[in-house]
Design a protein around this ligand. Structure first.
Ligand SMILES: [Zn+2]
Length: 252
C-alpha cells in the first residue's frame, strides 16, 4: 500500500512539509473543474474514521440531502486509536460528535462498523459487507457511493476506498471519492493525482460551521497527551487548513 507523506518529527517545523494552503487555492482557482451532478436517489457515504466524511465531503453530502437524496452514512471505525488513553470514553465522544454533526446537516444518524482505527486493511470482507448491506437496504434504488479516496496515503482510508471500488465497479454504481491527506502530501498538478476526474461542489455556511467544529475535534485528537507522543498537532493543524475551503474537490 502506498504511503506518500513522512511522519512529522520534533525537529521538523510544520512549514517544511506539505503544500501551504494559499498555494493550493491559487492553483485550484486557475483550473476549470466540472461540478458534481446527481443522478441518483440514494447516497451511501463511507468514512474510515469519525468526521472523515464531514471534513472531506460534508458539502457534497449536505447538497445531496438538500436535493431530496436519501443519505446513509457508515463509519467503519470508532476512533479508538486516535490517541492513547481512555479509548472507550474517546469512542463515545466521537460517536456523540458525529451524531450531532449528522443531525445539524439534516442526516440520519450514522451506522457504525465497530472496527478499530488503524486496523481496517485487515478486514476487507467486513468493509465490503458493510457497504453491500447498506446498498441492498432499498432494492430498486438508484444508489451512489461516496467513499474516502483509495490512494489517500493513509492505510484506513485506502482500505475503505478499495472496498468501495470492489463493491461499486461490478454493480456499475456511481462512485465519488473524497481525498483528505492528498492535500498534505501532494503538490499542485502532482502526477500521482487523477486531476482529470475532479468534480467540485460548494460548501454552504451551515456545512462550514459543522466542518469547523469537526476540524477542532480533529486537531484536538492529534494533540500529544505527554512529552513522548508524536507532535501530531502540527499534522492536525496543517491538514485542517486544507479542509475548510468554500469548495470541495472529489474524484468522480
Ligand atoms: Zn480518517
Amino acid at each position: 500500500m502506498t504511503r506518500f507523506f513522512p511522519a512529522p518529527t520534533h525537529s521538523q517545523p510544520p512549514q517544511s512539509f506539505g503544500t501551504p494552503e494559499p498555494e493550493w487555492l491559487t492553483w485550484l482557482a486557475s483550473q476549470s473543474w466540472p461540478q458534481v451532478a446527481f443522478d441518483i436517489d440514494r447516497l451511501v457515504v463511507v468514512a474510515a474514521h469519525p468526521d472523515d466524511e464531514i471534513l472531506g465531503a460534508g458539502g457534497l453530502v449536505h447538497a445531496a440531502a438538500a436535493n431530496g437524496i436519501e443519505v446513509v452514512t457508515i463509519c467503519a471505525s470508532d476512533g479508538h486509536a486516535t490517541h492513547p488513553g481512555s479509548p472507550e470514553q474517546l469512542a463515545n465522544r466521537r460517536h456523540l460528535e458525529l451524531d450531532a454533526a449528522s443531525m445539524l446537516l439534516g442526516l440520519d444518524l450514522p451506522r457504525w462498523g465497530g472496527l478499530h482505527s488503524g486496523t481496517l486493511e485487515q478486514y476487507p470482507d467486513r468493509l465490503d459487507a458493510m457497504i453491500t448491506d447498506a446498498l441492498d437496504d432499498r432494492p430498486g434504488a438508484r444508489n451512489g457511493l461516496l467513499a474516502v479516496w483509495d490512494h489517500d496515503g493513509e492505510a484506513d482510508h485506502e482500505a475503505v476506498g478499495q472496498a468501495a471500488m470492489r463493491v461499486a465497479k461490478p454493480r456499475g454504481i456511481q462512485l465519488w471519492m473524497y481525498p483528505i491527506w492528498l492535500w498534505y502530501w501532494a503538490h499542485p498538478g502532482d502526477a500521482n493525482v487523477p486531476w482529470h476526474r475532479v468534480q467540485t461542489i460548494g460548501v454552504s455556511p451551515i456545512v462550514m460551521a459543522v466542518k469547523n467544529a469537526a476540524a477542532r475535534s480533529f486537531a484536538e485528537q492529534k494533540r500529544p497527551r505527554n512529552a513522548d507522543d508524536n507532535p501530531q498537532p502540527i499534522l492536525g493543524s496543517s491538514i485542517t487548513s486544507h479542509l475548510l475551503r468554500g469548495t470541495e474537490y472529489v474524484f468522480g
